[in-house]
Structures are given as C-alpha cells and as structure tokens.
Design a binder for this molecule. Structure first.
Ligand SMILES: *Cc1c(COP(=O)(O)O)cnc(C)c1O
Length: 362
C-alpha cells in the first residue's frame, strides 16, 4: 500500500486498513447477495444481521450485558448535544455541565436552548489544560444529570477517573475516546460517541442509555428524537445509516481480532508514551501545554518554539507522508490524533521524525 499516507487526522480519522480492504472486496457483492450492503433494505436479513452484530459487539467489548440499551443514531455528536437535554431535561429541572473544552461549551450552549443548565465544574476561563478533580465541582443534588466530555479532542486533555455524582445520572460525550479502553459502563446513565474518531466513518453516533434513565425520558418531544422510540425499535424506527453501521461492525470485529479492548488499550498506551516521550526528551524544543495528569492518549497536542517553526513542522510532516498534524484553528500548534486505527509503527515513525526535526531546527 505504497500510496497510503500516515493519517493523524482528528476526525474523520484513520480507519483500519483491513476494514477498508474488506469493504472494497465486498462493495459490489456483499456475502454472495449480488449487491452492496448499501443497496440492501434495512428490513432485510442481510442488513439486520450486520446491525444486530454491531450492537452485540459493543456490548461484548464493554461487557455491560443488558443494563444499557445500545442505540445507533444519525446526526453526530451535535445531535446528542440536543437530544440529551430534549430527552433528559424535564421543565422543572436543571442539568449540570462540567465544561473542560470546546465541545463541552457546545453541549452546554445547546442544553441552554432546551431548558435550564448550569456550570458545575470550575471556571477554566477558556484555558483548557486540565481536568477538574472531585473537590473542584459544585454538583446540584437535584440535577437531571451531570454532563462531561471524557476526552477533549481539540485541547488534548482526558479524564482518567470519573467524578462521583451520587444518585444523579452521569452523561458523557465519549466521541473521541470511545472504545480506546475498557470502562465501567455502570457508572454512566448515558454515553454517546460519534463514530468518526474511533469506531467508523461519520454519519453514525453510538448511544448507550441505562434502562432507568430510558424509562424517565420525555415523551412530549417529536418521535424521531425520542430515545425510547429508537430503543423499542432496535434503532430501526427509521432507516439507519446502514453503510456507516456496516463499517463500524467491521471495525468492532477488527478490535476483537486484535484481542479486544485490553489489547487495544495496551497498544494505545504504547503509542501515547512513545509520543509524549519524544516531546519530553527534546530539551524544551517541544512543549505540551497540558498538565501531565490530564494528557490525552488520543489527541497529543504540543507547541514548537514559534509559529513559523510549527508551520515548517507541518509541511515537513506532509512531505514525509504524515498528514493531519496541524492543531485546531482555535488553539494553533500541533495536534496528533492517535486513535485505535493508528498503528504503533506509525507513531514510532513520527517520533523518529520529531527527533530529527528537533536536531536540525533546534
Ligand atoms: C468530534 C467531536 C464532536 C463533534 O462531532 P460531530 O459529529 O461533528 O457533531 C463532539 N464532541 C467531541 C468530544 C468530539 O471529538
């Protein structure tokens, strides 16, 4: 595959090569049916098997049995920014938001268009370089739910331990770190993740909803937004994004083939320590603005001595066949996204490149 670049895009992002190869093989004739999976009815046997297996694999990887419903939704994480408060925020309640980055701000703003929401975390004043600890919060014991962003894709921070919210359901946007490792699903009333970072292509959002939370969801909103309607219909209330779900199933199978979440976590930890190791060993040439305890294993952000050097770094990476390392336009610098599909070899190639770049430009 000489013409494939090393892809460090933040999202949509790299997909595992074996997944793409299989999709190519099956594109014109899926499992001997004489047509693409895209051309199958979502009510037909061939597609339903894909759909059910994707849901079953999410359960199997995370080992949560029947406690939560798995929903496959359209509309990305932004859809969930709206549908979470639409479903969970009753008119006489308020929701707590812990804002640790750009996407949390978006979620918080959207909640305020639906009902009452308040900030429950410390005011980080736009300097999103850390993750609050338990004592930093002021939780409302009557809140409808507490919302957090488990991994800040733009700022490169990530939760290691979850805050204790007592009896109030914890809701997490896990878009950029869903299935990078095992986590205790029982801690969460609801989890959502758009697929285009770690699970598949864009167009699909995976939602896990605990049954007691599902039972309390509002029923006075349009049907297409009700989690209950999608749960009753196994996410086949209307036509789901069938091709995206097929690619997600292939990705979930690929994770299983590698040895499941424990194996993928070990692989991901190797990758992030390779990269942070290259940053920290460069004698100050590279500087990670994030507090060490909050460093993300998925999105590694760092700065060079000045913006001109950062620009040269980005173009030199591209020349060397590595794309997607430019930081988000709101924060600048460099961001390297190393989701599940990025291999340890790809990360070592970048780390070697960084050492050489620092040696020749430092
Ligand atoms: C990418 C991302 C989003 C936005 O996803 P869309 O699918 O574009 O709505 C939201 N939250 C997090 C944490 C993300 O990484």
């Amino acid at each position: 595959m000489a013409n494939r670049v090393i892809n460090f895009n933040a999202g949509p992002s790299a997909l595992p090569l074996p997944v793409l190869e299989r999709a190519r093989e099956e594109l014109l004739d899926y499992a001997g049916t004489g047509m693409s999976i895209m051309e199958h009815s979502h009510r037909g046997k061939a597609y339903e098997a894909v759909h059910d297996e994707a849901i079953a694999l999410v359960r199997e990887h995370l080992g949560f049995g029947d406690s939560h419903e798995v929903l496959l939704q359209h509309g990305g994480a932004h859809h969930a920014f709206a549908t979470v408060p639409m479903n969970l925020l009753a008119a006489d309640r308020s929701a707590d938001y812990v804002v640790t980055g750009h996407w949390g701000e978006r979620a918080f703003d959207e909640a305020k268009t639906v009902g009452r929401a308040r900030a429950a975390g410390p005011d980080l004043e736009g300097r999103y370089t850390r993750i609050p600890s338990q004592g930093d919060h002021r939780f409302d014991a009557d809140a409808a739910y507490v919302h957090l962003t488990s991994n800040n894709t733009i700022e490169g921070t990530q939760y290691d331990a979850w805050p204790d919210t007592g009896a109030v359901p914890l809701v997490a946007d896990m878009s950029s770190d869903f299935l990078w490792r095992r986590f205790d699903v029982q801690r969460f009333g609801l989890v959502y993740a758009c697929a285009q970072k770690n699970v598949g292509p864009s167009g699909l959002t995976v939602v896990l909803v605990r049954r007691d939370v599902l039972a309390r969801c509002r029923t006075d909103i349009p049907k297409v937004f009700r989690y209950g309607v999608h749960a009753e219909n196994r996410s086949l209330y209307n036509t789901p994004p069938t091709f995206a779900i097929y690619l997600a199933r292939e990705t979930l199978r690929w994770i299983k083939g590698l040895g499941g979440l424990d194996a993928i976590e070990a692989r991901n930890r190797t990758k992030s320590s390779t990269l942070y190791g290259a940053i920290d060993a460069a004698g100050g040439f590279y500087r990670c603005p994030v507090e060490p305890a909050a460093r993300s294993h998925m999105n590694v952000v760092f700065r060079l001595p000045d913006e001109a050097l950062e620009g040269r770094f980005v173009s030199a990476c591209e020349k060397a066949g590595m794309v997607g390392v430019k930081g988000h336009r709101s924060v600048g610098g460099i961001r390297v996204s190393i989701y599940n599909a990025v291999s340890p070899d790809d990360v070592s190639t970048l780390a070697d490149f960084m050492r050489e770049f620092a040696r020749t430009h430092g």
